[in-house]
Design a protein. Structure first.
Length: 425
């Protein structure tokens, strides 16, 4: 989009990204007449044809009827990619992209190289670009499927950690979700690089459509997950005991991060080892909150799909209590229910509305937990678990569903969980 030739632009959505876009465009193109509008306000437009271009925030679905009145549409992500002078590593995936993107940036930062972590993780890309837009500066961009869906240009390096059903209500169908998610790879040229997880069958099939140079992981001739840690060829970089992000799925994400960090730069193994050991797990992602009442309280509020909750259970095989449920998006809970039934987890708390569906699936799998609670209260949830959960087991907040029926978002849910655990006598 050539903003130099435009007169008036509407920024649709006045959240963090919308405000960042307004600041960027006003500084780069002072001649533009900018309108920053939000659905919460009374002046929200009913016709977008008055504007030369509309910058759409990620949360507005493509199917929104109002967008049909726009003459031209772009996004903050496209503006960023058009204006960025440095290299860009974009990271996406149904789950694990935040940890992977954060670790890539951390490894490069440990090597004392100029890098910024931006995008879906919470740091506005355009705001950061105003301060660091030089050819030697690297940007690690965590990209959601919402941001990827309207991409017009691909990043230098695309990292895709996995692919499974999510966000169908936004994208309209599973096929559209996969197609939107894969845009960071299918738009790439032969000069660009795609790093992808070869253990995900859906991803392997779709990665073949990309023209980019492909690096599949794990591979024994490079970085891979060994029996006791992360290896490069036959040399162990770090043992599992030393690493902060726990679980097999995170070990795979660590491999992806190592490959991405060393694709553009030569980083010695001592530096990589130090980077791996100094990396701190992100909040609400398999975060051990406390050991009160001899229970390991685990905040995995980020887990909003059955697949991510299954991964959490594999990370904490001694789970004695689990909190499940939230917004019902029609997920298939069969495999999760089988795992819970197999483990005979004795204490289960269910949040509406998917909690009822998950409970039926668990009963169908052959398990009726002796201690169950249906509630909307995090306080009652934590008290119930403290009363019934066996000592030396884990209490896992990993709901397998989005948070929005009771909580503002997963951060709100995780924060409430942590506060209630802190208040326990």
């Amino acid at each position: 989009m050539n903003f130099q030739k435009l007169k008036n632009v509407c920024i649709l959505g006045a959240g963090i990204e919308g405000n960042s876009t307004a600041v960027f465009l006003s500084e780069m193109y002072p001649h533009l007449q900018l309108s920053l509008v939000d659905q919460k306000n009374t002046d929200y437009p009913t016709d977008l044809s008055l504007y030369d271009c509309v910058v759409v925030s990620p949360g507005i679905p493509p199917s929104t009827p109002l967008l049909g009145t726009a003459r031209a549409i772009t996004t903050a992500t496209n503006i960023f990619l058009d204006h960025c002078k440095g290299k860009v590593i974009a990271v996406t995936g149904s789950k694990g992209k935040s940890t992977t993107a954060s670790l890539i940036a951390h490894l490069i930062q440990t090597a004392k190289l100029p890098v910024s972590l931006v995008g879906n993780i919470g740091f506005p890309a355009l705001t950061t670009l105003l301060d660091h837009n030089t050819p030697d500066h690297l940007f690690v961009y965590e990209m959601s499927s919402y941001q990827a869906s309207r991409l017009e240009k691909a990043p230098d390096i695309a990292v895709i950690v996995n692919l499974f059903p999510e966000h169908m209500n936004y994208h309209g169908s599973l096929e559209q979700y996969y197609s939107d998610k894969m845009k960071i790879a299918t738009l790439q040229t032969e000069e660009q690089t795609l790093i992808y997880n070869s253990e995900n069958a859906e991803l392997v099939k779709r990665a073949a459509q990309s023209r980019a140079k492909k690096i599949a992981y794990p591979q024994k001739d490079g970085y891979y997950v060994g029996i006791d840690g992360i290896y490069f060829q036959n040399n162990r970089l770090a043992s599992f005991e030393e690493l902060q992000p726990k679980g097999a799925h995170n070990a795979s994400n660590i491999v992806a991060a190592l490959i991405a960090a060393t694709t553009l730069y030569t980083i010695d193994h001592n530096t990589l080892h130090h980077g791996l050991l100094s990396f701190i797990t992100l909040k609400h992602r398999l975060q051990i909150v406390s050991h009160k009442h001899s229970i390991t309280w685990v905040d995995d509020a980020i887990s909003t799909t059955p697949e991510s909750t299954l991964a959490a259970l594999h990370t904490f095989p001694n789970t004695g209590a689990i909190i499940l449920g939230g917004l019902n998006r029609g997920y298939d809970f069969t495999e999760l229910a089988k795992e819970i039934a197999k483990r005979k987890i004795p204490v289960i708390v269910f949040f509406p509305s998917s909690g009822e569906t998950i409970e039926k699936a668990i009963i169908h799998a052959g398990w009726v937990a002796p201690h169950t609670l249906h509630t909307t209260s995090m306080g009652k949830t934590v008290e119930f678990i403290a009363e019934h959960c066996k000592k030396n087991t884990a209490a896992l907040l990993s709901c397998a569903s989005p948070s929005y029926t009771i909580f503002k978002n997963f951060e709100d849910k995780g924060n409430q969980f942590q506060e209630c655990v802190r208040r326990l006598q």
